[in-house]
Design a protein around this ligand. Structure first.
Ligand code: HEC
Ligand code: HEC
Length: 430
C-alpha cells in the first residue's frame, strides 16, 4: 500500500518535496551566505582588533623604552647630584658643631634665592637695556595696569610724576618722585612684576624697563641706556629725602650699640624658675598661668654669683641639703593642686590663699594683709603654729581640722603626697 500510496501521492508529494527541498537549498544557501558574510566580518573585525592591539603593544613598548631611558637619565642625574652633595657634606668639617642633618645648599640653589639688589649695586646681574626697548616691553607687559606712560590706569599705581607733591597733604609717591634708590625699582620689578607673573622678566628686560620708567619721569633722555656698569652712577631725585631716626630712645640707637660678647655681667640673677612658668607643663590645664594674673605669678630673684650659679639655683635655705630631693620633686608635682590658690618661693604673693613661705613653725593665719576666715583668726589668736602633724591633719581634711576654713579644698587622700608636699614647702624655709 505504501508503494501504491506513494505512487499515487508522488506527484503531489513529490512536487511539494521538490519545492520544499528547493526552498531548503535556497534557505541553506542564503543561510550559508550570510553565515559566511558574518564570519568574514568577524574575521575582519578580529584582524582589525589584532592589528590595533599589536599597534598598541608596539606603542607601549616604545613608551616603555622611552621611560627606561628617562629613568636612566634621572638616576644618573640623581647620582651626580648625590655625589656633589656628598662632596659638600664631606667638605663640611665635623668639628664645627653641625648636626649631620641635611646638606649644604648647592651654588645654584643659593643663586636662585639670592636675587636682592642693594643700593650700592651689589647683586646686579650683568646686562643692559635702553629706553626704546623698555618702551616696547613696558607697553606689552606693564601698560595694561600702569598706563602707556607709567601714569597709572584707574587705581593701579602710578610710576611717574608727582615731583612737587611730596610736601602736600596727599603726596603722589612714585618711583621718580619718591624712591630714594634705583636699586629698589630694579629689584622690585625684577622680583614681583608683572603682577601675577612675577619672576618672568630677564635681566636685560628689567634694565630696559627701568630705563623707560626713568624716561617717563623725565629723568633721562630717550637715548639713555641703563646697564650694570652705569647703574650706581644714577642719582634719584629723592635720595636725600629719607633720614635715619636715630633718636636715642628709639630702636635704631638701641640696636646700633656694640653688643657685649663676653663677660657681660658680674652676676647672674635668676628671676624665675621654669617650673613656675610651667614652660613644660606636665598635666596641662594646671598651669599657674591659667589661674594667676601676672601680678600673682611667683617671682624669684635668688641672686647668685656667676661662678656658683649652677649649684645655687635651688638654694633657698641651708636645710635644703637635708631634704630628700626626690621627695621635694614629688611634692612639687603635688603642689600643682595648690598652685591655683597659693604661691611659694621668694617674692611669692598672696593669691586666693596666703603665700606659703617659711610655713613650718609659722603661726597659723599669720600673713599680714591676707583676709583669713574667723576660724583661722581664732587659731592665730590662740598662738597655734604649723608643725608637721598639724599640717598633715589639715591637708588630709582641711574642713575637719579647721572647722569653718574658707580653703575650699577637699584634702589629699594619699599620705605620701602629703609628706611630699610638706617636704616641698619646707624647701622654701620654715
Ligand atoms: C595686572 C596689573 C599689573 C601689571 C601687568 C603690572 N603691575 Fe606693577 N603693580 C601692580 C599692582 C597691583 C601694584 C601694587 C602692588 C602692591 O602694592 O603690593 C604694582 C606695583 C608696581 C610698582 C611699585 C609702585 C609703587 O610705587 O609702590 C612698580 C615699580 C611696578 N608695579 C612696575 C611694574 C612693571 C615694570 C610692570 C611690567 C613688567 C608691571 N608693574 C606690571 C599691578 C600690575
Ligand atoms: C581653692 C583654693 C585653695 C586650694 C586649692 C588650696 N588652698 Fe590652702 N588655703 C586657701 C585659703 C583661702 C586659705 C585660707 C584659709 C582660711 O582663712 O580659712 C588657705 C590656707 C592654707 C594654709 C594655711 C596658711 C596660713 O597662713 O596659716 C595652708 C598651709 C594651705 N592652705 C596649704 C595648702 C596646700 C598645701 C594646698 C594643696 C595641697 C592647698 N592649700 C590648696 C585656699 C586654697
Amino acid at each position: 500500500m505504501s508503494k501504491s500510496l506513494s505512487h499515487i501521492f508522488l506527484p503531489a508529494f513529490g512536487g511539494a518535496a521538490l519545492a520544499i527541498a528547493a526552498a531548503v537549498v535556497v534557505a541553506n544557501r542564503d543561510y550559508g551566505q550570510s553565515k559566511i558574510e558574518t564570519l568574514e566580518d568577524r574575521i575582519a573585525q578580529v584582524e582589525a582588533q589584532a592589528s590595533a592591539a599589536s599597534e598598541m603593544a608596539r606603542a607601549e613598548a616604545e613608551r616603555a623604552t622611552a621611560l627606561d631611558v628617562k629613568i636612566a637619565e634621572v638616576q644618573a642625574a640623581a647620582a651626580e647630584r648625590m655625589e656633589s652633595g656628598v662632596t659638600l657634606i664631606a667638605s663640611a668639617p665635623d668639628a664645627d658643631g653641625r648636626y649631620g642633618l641635611g646638606r649644604a645648599a648647592l651654588v645654584d640653589e643659593i643663586a636662585a634665592w639670592d636675587v636682592d639688589v642693594l643700593p650700592d649695586g651689589r647683586g646686579l646681574p650683568e646686562g643692559s637695556g635702553d629706553v626704546f626697548t623698555g618702551e616696547e616691553v613696558f607697553a606689552e607687559k606693564c601698560a595694561s595696569c600702569h598706563g602707556d606712560f607709567a601714569e597709572g590706569v584707574d587705581n593701579w599705581p602710578v610710576l611717574a610724576g608727582g615731583f612737587d607733591t611730596l610736601g602736600d597733604k596727599d603726596p603722589v609717591k612714585t618711583v621718580g618722585s619718591y624712591w630714594p634708590h634705583l636699586s629698589t625699582a630694579w629689584d622690585y620689578i625684577h622680583r614681583s612684576m608683572p603682577f601675577g607673573e612675577a619672576g618672568t622678566l630677564t635681566a636685560d628686560e628689567t634694565y630696559a624697563i627701568v630705563a623707560y620708567i626713568l624716561y617717563s619721569n623725565d629723568l633721562v633722555d630717550d637715548e639713555f641706556e641703563l646697564s650694570h656698569e652705569n647703574f650706581t652712577a644714577f642719582e634719584m631725585h629723592n635720595k636725600n629725602g629719607f633720614v635715619v631716626d636715630d633718636r636715642s630712645e628709639l630702636e635704631y640707637a638701641q640696636w646700633r650699640k656694640e653688643p657685649c660678647m663676653e663677660n657681660c655681667k658680674d652676676s647672674v640673677e635668676i628671676t624665675m624658675r621654669a617650673t613656675f612658668l610651667d614652660v613644660t607643663p606636665e598635666g596641662g590645664g594646671d598651669s599657674v598661668m591659667n589661674h594667676a594674673t601676672t601680678n600673682d605669678t611667683p617671682t624669684f630673684s635668688a641672686v647668685a654669683a656667676s661662678d656658683t650659679n649652677a649649684q645655687s639655683v635651688d638654694a633657698g635655705t641651708a636645710d635644703v641639703a637635708a631634704v630628700d630631693p626626690a621627695l621635694v620633686e614629688t611634692g612639687e608635682k603635688v603642689f600643682k593642686k595648690c598652685k591655683a590658690c597659693h604661691a611659694v618661693g621668694e617674692g611669692a604673693k598672696n593669691k586666693s590663699g596666703p603665700q606659703l613661705n617659711a610655713l613650718l613653725g609659722r603661726t597659723i593665719g599669720a600673713i599680714e594683709g591676707f583676709k583669713y576666715s574667723a576660724a583661722f583668726k581664732a587659731a592665730h589668736d590662740e598662738g597655734r603654729t604649723w608643725d608637721e602633724t598639724a599640717m598633715t591633719e589639715f591637708l588630709t581634711k582641711p574642713k575637719a581640722y579647721m572647722k569653718g576654713t574658707k580653703m575650699s579644698f577637699a584634702g589629699l587622700k594619699n599620705e605620701d603626697d602629703i609628706a611630699a608636699v610638706i617636704a616641698y614647702l619646707k624647701s622654701f624655709g620654715g
